[in-house]
Write a protein that binds this ligand. Structure first.
Ligand code: ISL
Length: 570
């Protein structure tokens, strides 16, 4: 480990993800806004947050809550004005914090001017900004590719008799990155925000931008057989990203994270190793598919704990060896709450929330906290389909019934899997609508808000919120969080995830009981002998009142989780 390898500031940072629509409404229209975020910056600063990732606030018809951009350089009036945005940057910078914005350039909304031009005629100069194909030789869809939101990935345009590609909703048309004009226009747009003072970007599904130009049919030999193998980590993707780095990220010294859909470790090393000059770090989703039977999101099964641990371990070790860097996360706006998914969000809610935080924050990478996670917000209890807003959930509710499921069965799948689970309004206090809005919220507020809210969490010294604050501070104090070598230590234990991070004589030891049982756990001798001062050390953070010293055999109460800092012989 050389000193320079891990010297960048963002490796010791924690990012807070803001879903603006649900964060804080200052106008009473039921939708959160930029000024709402600015109002809450002191809260985030006290939590220890270094970077705020603000999700799309651009002009958009909002079919996919802003991931359908109609104008990349204007603010959607629902979220405020450009002046509000400038004020947000100023207020962040005044506090020594940074802003990361969302860049969505695999596709645009079909209401974007480029698409309007493109669809207007085959001869329009913008025609080639998107991916247009003739029907298959015998008629019908150009290929059997499926949209990630359900149904075919091709949409027919009557006027020209051609299809355009949409990997997500039919109103999200995929841009044609083979066209150098598109690449130049995207770089121009990113420079616009960089010059405004934006410090970094989160790049939406950026590993899907380069498609196999044959657009072949998927023969189904590799699951899920929906065509993704022809556009995921595609032929020219690294070339395109290197160009963005050269033109934008490098000159402005930006911090960047690429969202990588169905990616591989080998590609993520390339995307995030600094020598490659692409991104600072990557999100991958493999650990969040451990409850998808055969990779199918819309079927339920209990999650596979061993797979969760194996995936974390493989990515920790693999990225470390390859010089890559992980974005660490359990939650985001596309995932149900991890608290409800992997632990107990009821009887052991508080222990569980702290366990997930400790387990994740001890890993190598940059941790991301998704709004509400720091106060232990669970999935809400849904009562009926009319409460849902998410386009993917509404599509799937229909498709599941077309496949023969009853409305009740379809609803119970949405209860577990819908993206709306994480999108309900932020719970600030116990006043009406949890202090989110004085109007009618765009999506319902979870009924448990009188008990689960920021105000309550701030008042209790041993709250989930204070646990997060401590973890975020520890990462800055001890280099082992950034640099330590990962080693898994639980040997397939059915309830425990245990690992160390060692380096330069220090060892961080993390042990978490992912079950509602009281159990015992014993370190194998081969691990134990490496921990030289163990036996006396108390945890630097834990989630029970009686924190045990680090001993070879541990008794662990339900959802107990501890982190010790000791010395190592390695
Ligand atoms: O395929 C997946 C993981 O392998 C999906 O999780 C995929 O990465 C995800 O749906 C992409 O999400 C992003 O792009 C979407 C948008 O709806 C999401 O909110 C955004 O996070 C389309 O822009």
């Amino acid at each position: 480990m050389t000193q320079s390898r891990y010297s960048e500031w963002w490796r010791r940072s924690t990012v807070y993800q803001v879903y603006p629509k649900s964060f804080k409404d200052t106008t009473g229209n039921g939708t959160g806004d930029i000024r709402g975020l600015t109002e809450k910056l002191d809260y985030l600063q006290e939590l220890g947050i270094d970077i705020v990732w603000l999700q799309p606030v651009y002009v958009s018809p909002q079919y996919d809550n802003g991931y359908d951009v109609a104008d990349y350089k204007e603010i959607n009036p629902d979220f405020g004005t450009m002046e509000d945005f400038d004020e947000l940057i100023q207020e962040l910078h005044r506090r020594g914090m940074k802003l990361m914005t969302d860049i969505v350039v695999n596709h645009t909304s079909t209401e974007h001017e480029w698409f309007k031009q493109s669809v207007s005629s085959k001869d329009n100069p913008y025609r080639d900004y998107y991916i247009w194909k003739d029907p298959a030789p015998g008629g019908g869809l150009p290929s059997n590719w499926q949209s990630k939101f359900g149904g075919p990935a091709w949409q027919f345009d009557e006027a020209s008799g051609q299809y355009y590609l949409t990997l997500f909703d039919k109103t999200q048309a995929d841009l044609n990155w083979e066209n150098a004009e598109v690449r130049r226009a995207v770089n121009d747009m990113m420079l616009f925000w960089a010059r405004k003072g934006v410090d970094g970007f989160r790049m939406d599904v950026i590993n899907l931008i380069s498609k196999d130009q044959q657009f072949p049919n998927d023969d189904g030999s590799v699951p899920p057989g929906d065509g993704r193998k022809f556009y995921t980590d595609g032929p020219r993707v690294h070339e395109y990203i290197k160009d963005m780095y050269k033109e934008v990220f490098g000159p402005f010294e930006m911090v960047t994270v690429g969202e990588m859909s169905s990616t591989t470790l080998a590609h993520c090393i390339r995307y995030s190793n600094p020598e490659e000059r692409e991104f600072s770090m990557t999100f991958n989703f493999h650990h969040l598919k451990v409850d998808y039977p055969g990779g199918r999101k819309w079927e339920l099964m209990p999650y596979d704990f061993e797979a969760l641990k194996r995936l974390f371990s493989e990515w920790q070790t693999g990225m470390q060896q390859g010089g890559g860097w992980n974005a660490l996360f359990f939650n985001n706006h596309d995932q149900p709450r991890a608290l409800s998914r992997f632990t107990d969000d009821d009887v052991y809610r508080e222990e569980s929330a702290k366990l997930l935080a400790t387990t994740l924050h001890g890993l190598q990478g940059t941790p991301y906290v998704y709004q509400g996670e720091e106060i232990g917000m669970p999935n809400p209890k849904w009562k009926g389909i009319e409460e849902f807003r998410d386009i993917e959930s509404l599509n799937m509710y229909r498709i599941l019934q077309e496949q023969g499921k009853s409305p009740e069965a379809a609803l119970s799948i949405l209860q577990e899997r819908s993206r709306d689970n994480s999108r309900t309004p932020m719970q600030w206090d116990d006043s009406p609508n949890a202090g989110f809005t004085s109007g009618t919220p765009w999506l319902k507020v979870d009924e448990r808000y009188p008990d689960i809210n920021v105000k309550k969490e701030l008042e209790r010294p041993d709250s989930i919120l204070h646990h997060y604050r401590k973890l975020i501070a520890l990462r800055k104090e001890h280099a082992v969080f950034t640099r330590g070598v990962f080693r898994r230590m639980d040997e397939g234990h059915p309830e425990v995830f245990a690992y160390t991070r060692t380096g330069e004589g220090e060892a961080l030891v993390v042990v978490s009981n992912f079950s509602s049982k009281e159990i015992s756990f014993r370190f194998e001798d081969k691990y134990w002998t490496d921990l030289s001062h163990a036996g006396t050390d108390k945890p630097i953070i834990g989630n029970t009142a009686d924190a045990p010293a680090l001993t070879q055999e541990l008794k662990l109460s339900p959802y107990a989780s501890y982190m010790w800092l000791t010395t190592s012989n390695t």
